[in-house]
Design a protein around this ligand. Structure first.
Ligand SMILES: *Cc1c(COP(=O)(O)O)cnc(C)c1O
Length: 480
């Protein structure tokens, strides 16, 4: 492709993107294709000769769009949001052009330095204590991981390295594998599946502890588990507290968990994947209470802060253990500036890394803190609007406090009727929700996801829920 071809192609794509996004509301949120739909639409082999970009462009609508779930439609309410914005898309273009692999400072100094500065900006924006920030001048600092799942695993591996070193100091004759066999980590039954998975991937025992009546992990439960494990000769080393659980956006009792972890010398990691973005608004920052006791903190601007996937910043008070645990130093990666800036390859699992901080920089500058706060507040208000609509219909109940942009609700009645309701809603494909279940109580989750969502969309989604409920209830009474 020659430079002029690139200009034309990218201009045509920009027009297409704007057309797609600004009219996304009119598309059916869920595709109706069957598995294997794409095979007959494409040749069996790659083309021998170069094709025209126009032909590729035409195939986007023909081949791709029929099989796209429109995550940025205001009618998409499943999971948690994934973020998207024009500044982030443009930043990804530039990142694609520079296309550096910023594993060390020297591999592309701007890539490392912008990341350090952006993580200070962002940390200050959400009110993280200065003990987490590089600008405090100590060892602390942030790094952009690809996902929250990686952050949880990376923190676990740092905690594991730290604890092995501590135990060895007390018991120089113990072998590594003996120590690892005794290590035990904790999270709650409501923690994200990636938390349990971090335990599986790293080969340590992970206990998922029961939650209180509000589905929070509380201090007492953790304390009892630690005591019982220590009595059996286990070595507790890592706790994950969740701020904003995936099932119901519940907040673990960080204020109770932190002091226990500090006293027991256990690494405390805080997973605020979704909720973290809300902390840019002072009125939600009370949910972060107790953070000063944590060792590492992570959230996903790629969920709720208008930065396209992937962007999962993580802050560590003391990255030394991590850096040492992941440090292999082949000659070809050595450089003279080692030590004067972070070599991020030691802070993550892969070696390669994209220039992801550009997305943060562009979004933070083009929205400003105020623009981002407005986005969060708008979504929270829309969630409350949906909550009121649910509460206005006595056949329904809201099952969890609506704190941020998630409403958990159900028809009063059996799990079965709620399951039928959900199937009918998704079967119609006009809006998209996913369910959850806590302690055998099945419910529907409606997350406010799209930056295009307006009050009229919430009304539309509620009408759709109500219409499906009418049908399900009618069907049930006929079958009796
Ligand atoms: C979404 C979510 C995750 C996983 O995020 P990834 O970045 O996709 O790994 C982890 N924890 C919580 C609480 C989440 O909501």
């Amino acid at each position: 492709m020659d430079p002029n071809g690139f200009k034309e192609f990218s201009k045509a794509m920009t027009d297409y993107i704007v057309e797609y996004l600004e009219n996304i509301r009119d598309r059916t949120v869920l595709p109706t294709v069957q598995p294997g739909y794409m095979k007959p639409l494409l040749p069996n082999e790659a083309p021998q000769k170069p094709e025209n970009w126009q032909d590729v462009m035409n195939d986007v609508e023909r081949v791709i769009m029929p099989g796209v779930t429109h995550w940025h439609s205001p009618k998409f309410h499943a999971y948690f949001p994934t973020a998207q914005s024009y500044p982030a898309i443009v930043a990804d273009m530039l990142s694609g052009a520079i296309a550096c692999i910023g594993f060390t400072w020297i591999a592309s100094p701007a890539c490392t330095e912008l990341e350090v500065i952006m993580l200070d900006w962002l940390g200050k924006m959400i009110g993280l204590p200065k003990e987490f920030l590089a600008c405090s001048g100590g060892k602390a600092g942030g790094v952009i991981q690809g996902t929250a799942s990686e952050a949880t695993l990376v923190a676990l591996l740092g905690a594991k390295a730290k604890k092995i070193q501590q135990v060895k100091e007390q018991h120089p004759d113990w072998k590594n594998h003996e120590i690892v066999g005794k290590l035990v980590a904790y999270g709650s039954v409501q923690a994200h599946s990636s938390v349990e998975r971090a335990g599986l991937l790293s080969g340590v025992q992970f206990r998922l502890l029961e939650t209180n009546e509000k589905h929070q992990l509380c201090g007492e439960t953790l304390e009892e588990a630690i005591k019982a494990d220590k009595e059996k000769g286990f070595v507790p080393f890592y706790v994950v507290a969740t701020l904003g659980t995936t099932s119901s956006c519940t907040f673990d009792r960080l204020d109770e968990i932190g002091p226990i972890c500090n006293r027991e010398d256990i690494w405390l990691h805080v997973d605020a994947a979704y909720a973290g973005s809300a902390f840019i608004c002072p009125e939600f920052r009370h949910l972060l209470k107790g953070i000063e006791r944590a060792d590492s903190f992570n959230f996903n601007p790629h969920k709720w802060m208008l930065v396209n996937f992937d962007c999962s910043p993580m802050w560590l008070k003391d990255p030394t253990y991590l850096v040492n645990a992941f440090n292999v130093d082949p000659v070809y990666l050595k450089h003279d500036m080692q030590g004067s800036a972070p070599d991020y390859r030691h802070w993550q699992i892969p070696l390669g890394r994209r220039f992801r901080s550009l997305k943060l920089w562009f979004v933070l500058r083009l929205y400003g803190i105020e623009g981002l706060q407005k986005h969060i507040r708008n979504h929270v208000a829309l969630a409350h609007q949906f909550e009121s609509l649910v509460l206005s219909d006595s056949r329904f109940e809201v099952v969890e406090d609506v704190v941020l942009g998630l409403v958990c609700f159900r028809l009063k009645g059996s799990n079965e009727i709620n399951d039928n309701l959900l199937k009918r809603i998704n079967g119609a494909g006009n809006i998209h929700l996913v369910p959850s279940k806590i302690k055998d109580n099945f419910f529907l989750r409606l997350a406010i996801c799209s930056r295009y969502t307006e009050s009229r969309d919430i009304q539309y989604s509620w009408n759709e829920v109500k219409r499906c409920a009418d049908e399900v209830i009618e069907e049930q009474s006929l079958s009796k």
